[in-house]
Design a protein around this ligand. Structure first.
Ligand SMILES: CC(C)(COP(=O)(O)OP(=O)(O)OC[C@H]1O[C@@H](n2cnc3c(N)ncnc32)[C@H](O)[C@@H]1OP(=O)(O)O)[C@@H](O)C(=O)NCCC(=O)NCCS
Length: 217
């Protein structure tokens, strides 16, 4: 399959497709709370908020529809978050499910990773199933690495659930190595929640070279 795609910054008009990609990639990680229509609508509304797509890139097909996405965070570049997100979460999920989602995150997820000033962080890497194994995630990573380098960052980090072997292969093949395990409470107590692996790699001017997979496979 040789359909072309291009990597561009995400736009507010992408928010419905971004919501669908997030549900596809991570819906099962949240105890099912995001899997229904309400979960998708919540994510769509949140990602349509001004500033919410800061640092987000998409791989778009020939109709300009995103087929993959990945976000970059630095100390200066981060999605704007404010009280509106919580209120959308309550409106769409209702108080019980919104509370459950928060509680679950508190119990299972490690605290937010604190970035160093010279560091960038990759998050929300997803490629829709029909586009996988064509180098799309690889091309997104390359663009994020270039963006981080051009912003003066010299190291790039990310987190991956220890059991996600596809993502681990992807990152390891791009020179990311283990920094440490990060655990939420249930993982610390060894209650069946796998740890997250903090991986990182140095950035050098080699990231300026064009991505190997810019030409679709
Ligand atoms: C992980 C994911 C983003 C990979 O996207 P992708 O576009 O298929 O990845 P690429 O085609 O760029 O793969 C590049 C390399 O990564 C590795 N890789 C990717 N998917 C793999 C899989 N399912 N099994 C083994 N290795 C895999 C391979 O080394 C691959 O190179 P190859 O195809 O030449 O063997 C995609 O499977 C996905 O969206 N998964 C669900 C969400 C998720 O887990 N995101 C990561 C969160 S940290």
């Amino acid at each position: 399959m040789t359909e072309p795609y291009r990597i561009r910054q995400a736009r507010t008009t992408d928010s419905a497709v971004i919501a669908a990609l997030l549900v596809e990639g991570f819906g099962h990680d949240y105890g099912g709370a995001l899997l229904g229509k309400a979960g998708q609508r919540m994510l769509e509304r949140i990602h349509a908020l001004p500033g919410r797509l800061n640092g987000m890139f998409v791989a778009a097909d020939t109709t300009d529809r995103p087929v993959g996405m990945a976000g970059l965070r630095t100390t200066e570049l981060r999605p704007t978050t404010n009280w509106q997100e919580e209120s959308i979460q309550l409106e769409e999920l209702g108080i019980a499910r919104a509370f459950w989602l928060e509680l679950r995150a508190d119990l299972t997820e490690p605290s937010n990773y604190q970035l160093r000033p010279d560091e960038a962080f990759v998050y929300s890497v997803v490629v829709t199933a029909s586009w996988r194994r064509r180098g799309v995630a690889e091309a997104l990573l390359q663009v994020l690495q270039q963006e981080a380098w051009s912003r003066g960052k010299r190291r790039i980090a990310l987190e991956v659930v220890a059991t996600n072997s596809a993502a681990l292969r992807l990152y390891e093949s791009h020179g990311y190595t283990l920094v440490r395990h990060r655990r939420g409470l249930l993982s610390l107590l060894r209650l069946g929640v796998p740890p997250r692996l903090l991986l990182a790699r140095p950035l050098t001017n080699e990231v300026h070279s064009p991505p190997p997979s810019a030409a679709p496979r």
